[in-house]
Design a binder for this molecule. Structure first.
Ligand SMILES: Nc1nc2c(c(=O)[nH]1)N[C@H]1C(S)=C(S)[C@@H](COP(=O)(O)OP(=O)(O)OC[C@H]3O[C@@H](n4cnc5c(=O)[nH]c(N)nc54)[C@H](O)[C@@H]3O)O[C@H]1N2
Ligand SMILES: Nc1nc2c(c(=O)[nH]1)N[C@H]1C(S)=C(S)[C@@H](COP(=O)(O)OP(=O)(O)OC[C@H]3O[C@@H](n4cnc5c(=O)[nH]c(N)nc54)[C@H](O)[C@@H]3O)O[C@H]1N2
Ligand code: SF4
Ligand SMILES: [Mo]
Length: 742
């Protein structure tokens, strides 16, 4: 810490410290000025124009001069001001004393954290400390790059993150096929003539594993240039609204649908991998493996007629520039890994992988695959299994499906203390109630978070780092999956409180202190590690990544141009970025071994299992950001959004009326919500957004508490996961719905 403090006092920059807020350069502090930055709330990373006085944000608008985001902004981006100014957002560490909270100094909070973690690890072993990393970590390049310092020092096997309720199947498939989990195909949105979207709603989510700001206009342009947009979704979404064709699909049946499309492509001789054929390993076996998945057999399971499947396969194969894109709806389901794999197989079979207008690989200025390789993380899977249920590890993490039981189950390796970073697992993970109870029984918990919310209220200590515009932003992950090669850098605009720490500094401070608590050689190691981290700093690492990256872009140049640098359309990258042997292992054993499970589904009765015949899916809305932006008045204003959507026919059969209060019940629990009848959802399916349920006592979210809603994850089921990847199924949960009070 000495080094860092010194740097701040003298203003010298040993290896580029991150915080150089423009505010300090503001000749007239307290007066309003306008600066440019990047929004860090989601993957789109829109350029924004911020009116601020160096501490408070007055207004956020889209930056029309940003050539990539073209002035786009969404309601969340506007509401960034609300989070930035939110009186409920924490600025100083909190310590829980019984039911009360008291402010403590950073020094005390960090010391206590290290001491408690060390003491518990000493008594019960390293695995006794669990770690959970949430979504916003991904949107902070500094946290992404520096979390490893601390977690490697903790050296626990009990690491969890939001990945296993999200893109785990996608990254697993990339590691298997391309030898690197960070080699992620992205639809070439601006040039494709046929976009097939499964399980994604980019018009609302603003794109995921596809950085595409201003996505509405990008999607509209496909049809304007004569192309086609087909959306496959159990709900007629906002994206489906823009499409030529929307097909309702039964939740969880995407792998079957994709297998049937490929079945047609092969049996009609439409397969043409083209240039890539020379690099494919195991290609010849694939047609035979998919032979039984005929459209006729698959149709009743998907709810889509066989003729429609045949025509879709023909049209997709006939297009010279087609891309199949699947996202969270295809990932977080029973056959999430198979579905994600078959998306790629379809793109390969039709010659669309790595071809302009197809599914391509970004060439960003700071290249993730290179970083993943450098960090020794090209991706691994199943090296060991979890203690209680035997779920597979991935990249040294465990699926969250096993999180609660690893806290509850006594024995060696039981989690007794927990560190959360930028996560709200109580609302975000399946069977949140069980997890919440488990967390209550912990010996110690520390949360690195900006709010006292449904999860962090259970912590002994909350360490609130700087937020948003108080730090700089290089969207390293986002630019790595962008639909165009771009590089943009957003400066820090606001001055944080004098003693504030950035996330990355918290990681280094804890690294050093944990070493010190352990003593001896560990103390030296901790000091060296933290010292190295501080000497480099996030900007130092970024500079290095840009220097090593495939584009000639420097940080100095990016700092000179607040509107970003355009590096042109996507370009073919295969076989260059492939792992060992420069081969695409298109038929990995791990996935092939799971095909019989899918085939068994063909033989089963084609009706959704359990419940009174209903299955639950999720829903995102433009004015939500997972679980944590409901404390913004302008986002929660207007009609309530935490409502259950049901098809009128399903309601009629159950005698339920529009606006009624209903009980949604699953294996794990029940919740009550208002009902809204809508033909937007297919029959047999009901939809409820996640991230609500702010009514718990002891949270410090005044606005959110008044618009509490209920948590969908009080009924999603932690024991319902993809048997191959371990990803939780958030989609297709069997439920019953009845009138409340009946
Ligand atoms: N039923 C259902 N459940 C879902 C999903 C679904 O579709 N349906 N989606 C899943 C997905 S894709 C995801 S990614 C997860 C998200 O799950 P989580 O990541 O666990 O939850 P978030 O709601 O994103 O919570 C983010 C937390 O980070 C804090 N935070 C915000 N900014 C910062 C920061 O800069 N630093 C720090 N330290 N903290 C910060 C917020 O206060 C909040 O507590 O939810 C998953 N859960
Ligand atoms: N406004 C807003 N934007 C967000 C977020 C947010 O909370 N709010 N969260 C961010 C995060 S963390 C993520 S990961 C991304 C996610 O980005 P997307 O993947 O685009 O997210 P969703 O809008 O949940 O879209 C998933 C779609 O899958 C459909 N679906 C459900 N089950 C199935 C199924 O079995 N098969 C098929 N084919 N479709 C199915 C749902 O109806 C839904 O339309 O969004 C990000 N952007
Ligand atoms: S789309 Fe995402 S990045 Fe753009 S303004 Fe909205 S939240 Fe921010
Ligand atoms: Mo996510």
């Amino acid at each position: 810490m000495a080094l860092a403090l010194q740097a701040r006092e003298t203003g010298s920059t040993p290896g580029d410290r991150q915080e150089e807020p423009m505010a300090s350069a503001n000749p007239d502090p307290g007066t309003t000025r306008t600066d440019y930055a990047l929004c860090m709330l989601c993957e789109a990373a829109c350029g924004i124009e911020v009116q601020h006085d160096g501490v408070r944000v007055e207004r956020v608008r889209g930056n029309a001069q940003d050539g990539f985001s073209r002035g786009h902004i969404c309601p969340k981006g506007v509401a960034l001001a609300d989070v930035q100014n939110d009186p409920d957002r924490l600025r100083r560490p909190l310590r829980r004393v019984g039911e009360r909270w008291e402010e403590v100094s950073w020094e005390d909070a960090l010391d206590e954290t290290a001491r408690r973690l060390h003491e518990i690890q000493q008594r019960h072993g390293r695995d006794a400390v669990g770690v959970y990393t949430g979504n916003p970590t991904v949107h902070s390049y500094a946290a992404t790059l520096f979390q490893g310092f601390f977690y490697d020092t903790l050296a626990t096997r009990n690491r969890f993150s939001a990945t296993s309720v999200d893109a785990l199947p996608r990254t697993l498939v990339s590691a298997q096929l391309y030898g690197n989990q960070a080699v992620l195909p992205v639809p070439d949105l601006d040039r494709t003539e046929f976009l097939l979207v499964l399980g994604a709603n980019p018009v609302v989510s603003n794109g995921s594993v596809m950085t595409a700001p201003d996505v509405v206009n990008r999607l509209r342009a496909i049809r304007e240039r004569g192309g086609r947009l087909v959306v496959v979704d159990p709900r007629h979404t906002e994206t489906a609204e823009l499409a030529d064709t929307h097909l309702f699909i039964r939740p969880g049946s995407d792998a079957l649908l994709l297998a049937a499309l490929l079945n047609v492509v092969f049996r009609e001789g439409l397969a043409e991998p083209g240039r890539l054929e020379a690099h494919l390993e195991g290609w010849d076996g694939i047609p035979g493996l998919l032979a039984e998945f005929t459209p006729e057999r698959v149709a009743p399971h998907t709810g889509i007629p066989a003729e429609t499947l045949v025509q879709l396969a023909r049209d997709f194969a006939a297009s010279p520039r087609a891309a199949c894109y699947g996202r969270i709806g295809t990932c977080t389901q029973e056959f999430g890994a198979l579905a994600s794999w078959l998306v790629d197989v379809l793109n390969v079979a039709t010659g669309n992988l790595d071809r302009p207008g197809g599914a391509m690989f970004t060439t960003p200025a700071a290249d993730l695959p290179t970083l993943a390789k450098l960090l020794g993380q090209p991706g691994h899977f199943g090296r060991w299994r979890s203690r209680v249920s035997g779920l597979p590890e991935f990249n040294d993490e465990l699926p969250v499906a096993t999180f609660a039981e690893e806290i509850e189950t006594p024995g060696e390796g039981q989690i007794r203390a927990l560190v959360t970073h930028a996560g709200n697992p109580v609302l975000s993970l399946p069977n949140g109630r069980r997890l919440e109870k488990a967390v209550e029984g912990l010996e110690f918990m520390v949360a690195v978070d900006i709010y006292r919310n449904e999860t962090t209220r259970h912590a002994d200590l909350i360490l609130p780092p700087t937020f948003g515009l108080e730090r700089d932003h290089y969207p390293v992950i986002e630019h790595g999956v962008a639909v165009r090669n771009v590089a943009r850098y957003g400066r820090a605009l606001l001055a944080p409180p004098a003693d504030a720490r950035h996330d990355w500094e918290v990681f280094l401070d804890l690294t050093e202190r944990l070493g010190r608590a352990r003593g001896g050689l560990e103390a030296v190691k901790g000091r060296l590690r933290a010292g190295l981290g501080r000497a480099l700093g996030p900007r130092g690492v970024l500079r290095l990544m840009l220097r090593l990256g495939p584009q000639a872009v420097t940080l100095d140049r990016l700092e000179r141009d607040p509107h970003g640098v355009d590096l042109g359309p996507l370009e073919p990258r295969l076989p260059g970025i492939l792992g060992r042997g420069k081969r695409i292992r298109i038929a990995p054993e791990l996935l092939l071994d799971d095909l019989p499970r899918l085939a068994r589904r063909l033989g089963s009765v084609a009706a959704p299992p359990g419940g009174n015949g209903l299955t639950l899916i999720g829903r995102r809305t433009l004015r939500s950001n997972n679980s944590w932006m409901h404390n913004s008045e302008r986002l929660v204003a207007g009609r309530p959004r935490c409502v259950l959507l049901m098809h009128p026919e399903d309601a009629r059969r159950r005698g339920l009326a529009d606006g009624a209060r209903v009980v949604i019940k699953s294996r794990v629990g029940e919740i009550e919500a208002p009902l809204e009848l809508s033909e937007e959802v297919m029959e047999g399916v009901v939809s409820l957004p996640h991230g609500w349920g702010h009514g718990r006592p002891g949270s410090g979210l005044e606005v959110a508490a008044k618009h509490a809603g209920v948590s969908a994850n009080d009924v999603t089921d932690e024991s319902f996961y993809d048997a191959l990847s371990g990803v939780s199924c958030l989609s297709g949960v069997p439920v019953t719905v009845t009138a409340a009070g009946a």
